[in-house]
Design a protein around this ligand. Structure first.
Ligand SMILES: Cc1cc2nc3c(=O)[nH]c(=O)nc-3n(C[C@H](O)[C@H](O)[C@H](O)COP(=O)(O)OP(=O)(O)OC[C@H]3O[C@@H](n4cnc5c(N)ncnc54)[C@H](O)[C@@H]3O)c2cc1C
Length: 416
């Protein structure tokens, strides 16, 4: 693996990292930490040059947190450490040649490739007049809603922020759809934003019978209590209905007796990015990339080899498989960060091996985290969730999560 060329041509870089968000940037950090002066050549490709701090995007939405204080200049961090940073849209990958193609027509070839293209926060595929707001429902489509959809990076946040401002001081009804962690955090944040606004109501619409369905009923009840105390109107067992003319109402209640919503924000559904299916790598039924416990990409075409040599993936985009069994792993920042360390080790092992075959047998197996505490910011209050129980810590978690953001920005500060 040590040779920089092959019969079919030279490599542009040693480590080609596709995606420079949480996994990508931590991978650079880990490679630098582990290889010191012998740092391999590395290139990061992402459509974004800067990255917003995703866990606090609800605070960005209401401008409680400014863009300046919550944005990472990823490109400058990478280039300050001698890496190449390419801003561009990835449209294809040839895993055998380890060559990526960008929309600009440029191609880049790596001795190793790491796919870290994350996930999408997708709106429901269809919003039906019959009141279907969930994914995978087959009710007849009317049209896509014009109300804003999932939030993650600045390009999704900006139009929703503008829509909030456009409400001005008039009486307004805002709905957040989805009672998972992001939806609850968003509803709580909007409740804080609406405190000094006359006649603005915030409604949280959840299809299930409880909030935070991924956590225990005890935590669900605590979240419900905290949100209600801040006058969030929580509707359980309901779904949002968007009519053909864009009118938004809750389905499942006495719809016509309530005025329509002025703004609906969708906070449902983390889905694989559509590009995952077009990379020539194996995907599962949902569309996540299938990787082995060494975080190498699995191949549908090469049952004997099973994995694509030198092609790794991690973060939200992957589902780890042991044989044909999926292994539970969280789609969270902490999981991406820990995976980045494991991938860095394996990439360096492969690059340092005398040949590919011996390098691959020396790769380490990654064990996903079992669980990790959750800090759930609910507007002016917050919960710290430890397994089955939680503590209402007033605003402590809100500030602690800001502290974590400062640590994140400091960790990837450009070298001076
Ligand atoms: C609203 C929200 C709140 C969250 N809060 C928390 C939290 O509090 N705590 C926590 O632990 N986790 C949280 N998460 C989850 C966490 O953000 C993800 O687990 C983490 O971002 C995964 O990192 P990643 O690098 O795998 O992918 P992503 O962060 O999704 O990054 C993927 C990168 O790939 C780039 N990309 C994708 N496709 C292309 C393409 N075709 N061409 C070029 N570039 C491309 C994107 O621009 C992006 O930079 C939250 C997620 C969301 C959406």
């Amino acid at each position: 693996m040590q040779d920089g060329t092959t019969a079919s041509g030279a490599f542009d870089t040693d480590v080609l990292i596709l995606g420079g968000s949480l996994l990508g940037v931590e991978l650079v950090h880990q490679l630098l930490r582990r290889s010191g002066r012998a740092m391999p050549r590395f290139t990061v490709v992402d459509r974004l040059a800067k990255h917003d701090y995703i866990p606090l995007c609800h605070e960005r939405l209401t401008a409680r947190l400014t863009v300046e204080e919550s944005t990472l200049d990823t490109q400058t961090y990478v280039t300050s450490h001698g890496g190449e940073y390419v801003v561009g849209e990835i449209i294809g990958l040839d895993p055998e040649r380890r060559t990526v193609t960008l929309a600009s027509g440029r191609t880049l070839r790596g001795r190793t490739v790491v796919v870290a293209l994350g996930s999408d926060v997708a709106p429901p595929p269809r919003i039906s007049a019959e009141g279907s707001s969930g994914r995978g429902e087959s009710a007849p489509p009317t049209r896509r809603t014009e109300h804003p959809t999932g939030l993650k990076f600045a390009r999704e946040l900006a139009p929703v922020h503008a829509a909030l401002l456009a409400l001005g001081d008039r009486a307004a009804r805002i709905a957040v759809v989805g009672g998972g962690i992001s939806g609850c955090e968003l509803a709580g944040e909007l409740a804080v934003w609406a405190t000094d606004k006359k006649d603005v109501t915030v409604t949280l619409v959840q299809r299930g019978e409880r909030l935070l369905e991924g956590l225990t009923p005890f935590v669900s009840r605590a979240a419900l209590r905290v949100l209600k105390r801040q006058r969030v109107d929580v509707r359980l067992g309901c779904s949002m209905q968007i009519d053909a003319d864009g009118t938004a109402r809750i389905h499942g209640h006495d719809e016509m007796s309530e005025p329509a919503f002025d703004l609906v924000i969708w906070s449902v559904g983390v889905t694989p990015p559509p590009i995952a299916r077009t990379l020539g790598l194996s995907t599962d039924a949902q569309g996540w990339l299938r990787v082995s416990p060494t975080l190498e990409c699995l191949s549908d075409d090469a049952p004997s080899a099973l994995t694509h040599a030198g092609v790794f993936a991690g973060g939200d985009i992957v589902q780890i498989y042991e044989g044909s069994t999926p292994i539970r792993a969280m789609r969270r920042a902490i999981e991406a960060i820990v995976q980045a360390g494991a991938i860095a080790k394996n990439v360096l092992t492969l690059l340092g091996a005398k040949d590919e075959a011996s390098g691959r047998t020396a790769l380490r197996v990654y064990r996903p985290l079992r669980d990790f505490p959750h800090g759930v910011s609910l507007g002016a209050r917050s919960l710290l969730v430890l397994g089955p129980i939680c503590f209402d810590l007033f605003a402590f978690t809100v500030w602690f999560r800001r502290f974590l953001m400062w640590r994140y920005l400091a960790r990837y500060a450009p070298r001076r």
